[in-house]
Design a protein around this ligand. Structure first.
Ligand code: COA
Ligand code: AMP
Length: 631
């Protein structure tokens, strides 16, 4: 057997011993009394995540090594932070939080662009045992308000603005609007002022980041790490569920550290001291796990990149960052590579850079399409690894385990189950299906360390969303199959989630927004194929009888409404007025058939359809809009 099979077999033989062994790589204040008890992983243990990410490395002599390299293609600026420097900033900001009354268990929302202060704020929360909840900057005020009401933060940390190509996004007015909308009000906001656009401050509520840091420094406030239970929450990260209400995925401290540290070595094949770059955003799970926590827990140098794969300034930016900082492995979403490929199809710009230290490219967030993977292999001459995971898992569930042993790549598959995950494909009765047969992808319980123990203050929702449908298993809501060699293939979602440029969005959430337009009687949102973003949302609107306005105006308003209520990240740009929506006789909207028509795939009229003529009408509207073909 190879090293992967051996390791997987070790885990199967004794999962407790396997994880107890991995836990030896973490510093504990008090060791666990039980590896996996009723309340989760490493019961009885106390620990601190910030200690393991920073203090322990400084204590072990890594203080002068770069912990974080901030590379802003937006500002044309690079800044290095050694472990000692990052620790100093984090401990000082923990002092700021403490002065504002933050203690263990309090929630702090971080609504920031890709600046080092976001990482400092996250780690400072961890230092105090406070629970951070980072909200992605591309979400609008209403989405932020929903999260504020659910997490009820005592304090919010933000920046005056974010920088997108060609425009500066004022964050502070969005935050002010969100606080106005929410029932729960934070007692203070700490605002990092950026030169591109300074924010107006509200007297008594808003505090300037730099001034607060100076005050904490002057007061000599640098709180030590507060021990927390391994099972205490480190953070809550909201992700799209099947409705407009996001789910607060909880991450614990102990299991999370053990899983992430283990993954750096065994999945990603990275050694302490090496440079790892996840080109994502701290607002997503990839950013939490592989920009912030995993590389630092492992003693690596992490790169925080503010920019885009193209246009900042060109499609060679990624290669420049890799060359300048000696990156060993890059992790991003396939959509970033599709964007680069579109701009520089022959990968000419690669030749301008020294990529000699670069060894691996990891892709996740959406299915790695074989074309993109093969293009990247040719362009870069390194292994390109598709791997599969979710906000809920926090780390890869299936991968090519590069650190254990590189397995042969099968295009279209994100690889094999990672030790810790017993992945099965089942039918509706929760019975495993044969190799090659498509079904629901589930993971046998218990989930390994690092995976969500619950949803924030919503244990019932956790059970209903993930555990109820397939007793004894965790439901991933992905569908696919496992082939005869044990490789997984993830083909689609089983719910209304779509994947837009690697971002997870609920079409149900968009429908809720569209239904709020006064002229809209009924609507349906589907995800249609897009060469760059993988999928983009498309909305169909049925207009109330008697509305006598140009339909094009209503379509424009619908697009603006989704941007305003959910945010630009939804990339909702197409709304089409139709006479009727196709439905089954029981009234279920036939979204799947509409998607096939829009994507130009072969489709058949469902036997249960109420009125087949409606599908023809839909096809005509799509053709009129330059989309779709009739199957
Ligand atoms: N704050 C405010 N607005 C933001 C934002 C932020 N942090 N991030 C994105 N937006 C806006 C963008 O400006 C864009 O607005 P527009 O409609 O006015 O153009 C919209 O949200 C959609 O953004 P994005 O998905 O980034 O699309 P894009 O067209 O700007 O760029 C890619 C396309 C492929 C280059 C881009 O999606 C990308 O780099 N993806 C990398 C993959 C990734 O980060 N995946 C995350 C999980 S690994
Ligand atoms: P998120 O929680 O935002 O990370 O989104 C998770 C979802 O993205 C998964 O449930 C899948 O639907 C999809 N996804 C992530 N990675 C992959 C992959 N490598 N292949 C196919 N789908 C993926």
């Amino acid at each position: 057997m190879g090293r992967y099979a051996d390791t997987y077999a070790d885990w199967v033989r004794d999962p407790h011993e396997f994880w107890a062994d991995a836990a030896r790589d973490i510093d504990w204040v008090t060791p666990a009394s039980d590896t996996h008890g009723a309340d989760g992983w490493f019961t009885g243990a106390t620990c601190n995540t910030c200690w393991n990410a920073l203090d322990r490395h400084v204590a072990a002599g890594r203080g002068d090594q770069n912990a974080l390299i901030y590379d802003s293609a937006m500002l044309g600026k690079v800044k290095h932070f050694t472990y000692a420097q990052l620790l100093d900033k984090v401990a000082t900001f923990a002092g700021v939080l403490q002065r504002h009354g933050i203690v263990k268990g309090d929630r702090v929302i971080v609504y920031m662009p890709m600046v080092p202060q976001a990482v400092v704020a996250m780690l400072a929360c961890a230092r105090l045992g406070a629970i951070h909840s980072v909200v992605f900057g591309g979400f609008a005020a209403k989405e932020l308000a929903t999260r504020i009401d659910d997490a009820r933060p005592k304090l919010i940390v933000t920046a005056s603005c974010g920088l997108e190509p060609g425009r500066t996004i004022a964050y502070k007015p969005l935050l002010d609007a969100a606080i106005d909308l929410s029932k729960s009000k934070p007692s203070a906001c700490i605002v990092m002022q950026r030169a591109a656009l300074e924010a107006d401050m509200i007297e008594g509520r808003d505090f300037d980041w730099s001034m607060e840091m100076e005050k904490a420094r002057a007061a000599g406030l640098k709180p030590a790490c507060v021990p927390v239970a391994a099972t205490d929450p480190l953070y809550v990260l909201y992700t799209s569920g099947t409705t407009g209400v996001p789910k607060g995925v909880v991450r614990d401290n102990g299991g999370h550290m053990v899983a992430l540290k283990w993954s750096m070595q065994h999945v990603y094949g990275i050694n302490p001291g090496e440079v790892f770059w996840a080109a994502s955003d701290v607002g997503w799970v990839v950013g939490h796990s592989y920009i912030v926590y995993a590389p630092l827990l492992h003693g690596c140098t992490t790169v925080l990149f503010e920019g885009k794969p193209v246009g900042t300034p060109d499609a060679g930016t990624f290669w420049r960052v890799i060359a300048d900082h000696g990156v060993k492995a890059l992790f991003t979403a396939p959509t970033a590579f599709r964007a680069i490929k579109k701009e520089d199809p022959k990968a000419e710009l690669v030749k301008d850079y020294d990529l000699s230290k670069f060894e691996m490219l990891f892709l996740a967030g959406e299915r790695g399409d074989p074309d993109t993977i093969q293009w990247a292999e040719r362009a870069l001459g390194v292994p390109v690894i598709d791997h599969w995971w979710q906000t809920e898992s926090g780390w890869p569930m299936a991968s090519n385990p590069m650190g254990l042993e590189p397995l042969p790549v099968k295009y279209g598959s994100p690889g094999v189950p990672v030790p810790g995950f017993d992945i099965q494909v089942v039918d509706e009765a929760a019975k495993p299906v044969a190799a090659g047969v498509t079904g629901a992808i589930v993971v046998k319980l218990p989930l390994p360390p690092g995976c969500l123990p619950t949803l924030w203050e919503n244990e019932a929702g956790f059970h209903a969303s993930y555990l109820a449908d397939y007793p004894g298993y965790y439901k991933t809501a992905d569908a696919g199959f496992i082939d005869e060699d044990g490789y997984l293939y993830v083909m689609s979602r089983t719910d209304d989630i779509i994947n837009v440029a690697g971002h997870r969005l609920s079409t149900g959430g968009m429908e809720e927004v569209l239904a709020g337009h006064p002229d809209v009687a009924e609507c349906a949102v589907i995800g249609v194929a897009d060469a760059l973003k993988g999928q983009v949302p498309l909305g169909f609107l049925v207009i109330n009888k008697g509305v006598n306005r140009p339909m094009a105006d209503i379509e424009k308003e619908a697009v603006a409404l989704v941007r305003d209520k959910i945010g630009p990240v939804a990339a909702f740009k197409i709304a089409l007025v139709v006479q009727r929506l196709p439905k089954t006789r029981s009234g279920k909207i036939l979204r799947g058939t509409m998607r096939k028509i829009a994507d130009g795939e072969a489709w058949t009229t469902p036997a249960t359809i109420d009125d087949p003529a409606i599908l023809t009408e839909i096809g005509e509207v799509l053709t009129g809009a330059g989309l779709g073909k009739k199957g």
